[in-house]
Design a protein around this ligand. Structure first.
Ligand SMILES: Cc1cc2nc3c(=O)[nH]c(=O)nc-3n(C[C@H](O)[C@H](O)[C@H](O)COP(=O)(O)OP(=O)(O)OC[C@H]3O[C@@H](n4cnc5c(N)ncnc54)[C@H](O)[C@@H]3O)c2cc1C
Length: 441
């Protein structure tokens, strides 16, 4: 008889896990607090751009319903900027594999229908802890994939693996349409605008449920800094206005591009702040039974490195493979915890990358990006890290490894010096020009 798994939560982790287990012959029951129609009528959800192998994986699972409709992200453009309205340099390169960002309302609505068509039982229910206990008894395994933000977690915080204890960014997201593509540079592909110490902004080509192809903007403001203006925003339109002001002040070359833009709908925006947290993957219920957690419910990162949905996908696949290998043996709590430890051998790099991006760029990291602005193969290596963060280690984390990496890519110390001089000249030119503008004013 097929082994039975109850999955609580039909989001990124739940849908992928369900599809994986169904193709491996498990009996799957999905417990979702929303119907497919509810998802479509819902507020906008996070951008959740998938990179690299995660796009391939959804395709292999037959969950790639929007490939061909959603914009395929084949190039990434990163502007590293100074806080006084200057692009210091740009990295423009193609990741090895395209990325894809599709409205989660479409994905989860269609995913629920699709899994039901493939034989999953779908139960529409907001599962409580008491009910979870019954579900743990009913199935060979109950897996909790309810994301974060639904109140106190069942899963205990792991203090050794949770290195941060407060949010490092205030996040704002809005989906926009009607921007002036002719006035923008790099917006047909994924664009990053980084002003270190102030803000990281992502302009993500996106398939929106209502507006179709548009841009989803994710803005990560350093608390208390010049970009931290969104916490009191109360509507999508207000958010877009605040964004226009921010762009005028910090990234004025984007002003014409953004001038005619409007939100794709009144609900496609959000604000928040996330404390990156790693939790124990197994929770004990009042009866003594246990459940497994996956996705944001146990590994929650700030969205700055765009890893949450990618990691939920990786975790779901990893656990589906291990559950199948387990054969007829019990999915005991110790076995689940040690299987999570095996995943963590990979997952820790995701967290190292996400947390590193929240810190000020170290000198050697800035040098790597500067070199990438002249050597697209280095840009490709950096952007590939979003699909597979292990590929960034050790060279994006250690100065010695960074130097060796640059040498391997044909960048000598004298080249770096030349590139830095180029940037210094640009800065001096900018200061003189803005000084002149100031004295004229
Ligand atoms: C602004 C922003 C931008 C982001 N951008 C990216 C990005 O570019 N790339 C990336 O990889 N990640 C990104 N993320 C993170 C990503 O969206 C999440 O990490 C990912 O969706 C987590 O998947 P999950 O399955 O764990 O949870 P979710 O996708 O949140 O799914 C959980 C589901 O469980 C359901 N649920 C909740 N409680 C219950 C209950 N009691 N019973 C039944 N069902 C329940 C909910 O309805 C929900 O659908 C971003 C996040 C934010 C905030």
């Amino acid at each position: 008889m097929a082994r039975s798994v109850g999955i609580i939560g039909a989001g990124q982790a739940g849908i992928v896990l369900g599809a994986e287990l169904l193709r491996r012959g498990f009996a799957v029951t999905l417990y979702s607090d929303r119907t497919p129609e509810d998802y479509l009528a819902d507020r906008g959800r996070p951008t959740a751009c998938l990179f690299g192998e995660q796009v391939v994986h959804e395709r292999e699972l037959g969950l790639n319903f929007w490939e061909g409709t959603a914009p395929s992200i084949e190039r990434i453009h990163l502007d590293l900027c100074a806080p006084d309205k200057l692009i210091l340099f740009s990295v423009i390169a193609s990741p090895r594999l395209p990325a894809l960002a599709v409205d989660q309302r479409l994905k989860f609505s269609r995913g629920l229908r699709e899994l039901a068509a493939r034989g999953a039982s779908v139960v529409v229910e907001k599962v409580s802890v008491e009910r979870l206990d019954a579900l743990a008894a009913e199935h060979d395994l109950a897996v909790v994939t309810v994301g974060h933000g639904g109140g106190p977690s069942l899963f205990a915080r792991d203090p050794a693996r949770s290195v941060l204890d407060r949010p490092r960014r205030n996040v704002f997201m809005v989906n926009i349409r009607d921007y002036d593509l002719a006035a923008g540079v790099g917006h047909k592909q994924l664009k990053f605008s980084f002003v270190p110490g102030v803000v990281e902004m992502f302009w993500v080509p996106f398939l929106d449920k209502d507006a179709g192809v548009c841009l989803s903007i994710v803005l990560e403001a350093v608390p208390g800094g010049a970009a931290d203006r969104f916490t009191a925003v109360e509507s999508a339109d207000q958010g877009v206005d605040v964004l226009r002001g921010l762009v005028r002040d910090l990234l004025p070359w984007e002003a014409r591009f953004l001038a005619p833009a409007s939100a794709t709908s009144p609900v496609t925006w959000l604000t928040g702040a996330i404390t990156p947290t790693v939790r124990d993957p197994v929770a004990r219920l009042p009866s003594g039974r246990h459940v497994l957690g996956l996705g944001d419910a146990v590994i929650l990162n700030d969205p700055l490195a765009g890893q949450g949905a990618n990691n939920a996908t990786r975790m779901a696949r990893f656990f589906a493979e291990r559950l199948e290998e387990r054969g007829d043996e019990a999915f005991g709590a110790d076995w689940l915890a040690s299987t999570f430890d095996q995943f963590w051998a990979y997952g820790r790099f995701v967290n190292l990358f996400s947390n590193a991006m929240l810190e000020p760029l170290a000198g050697f990291q800035r040098e790597l990006l500067l070199a990438a602005s002249r050597h697209p193969d280095i840009g490709t290596a950096f952007f590939d890290g979003f699909g597979d963060p292990t590929a960034l280690f050790p060279w994006f984390a250690e100065p010695g490894a960074a130097r060796a990496f640059l040498r391997e890519h044909g960048v000598r110390g004298s080249d770096l010096l030349r590139y830095k001089l180029g940037v210094a000249r640009k800065v001096i030119g900018h200061k003189i020009a803005s000084g002149a503008a100031y004295s004229r004013a």
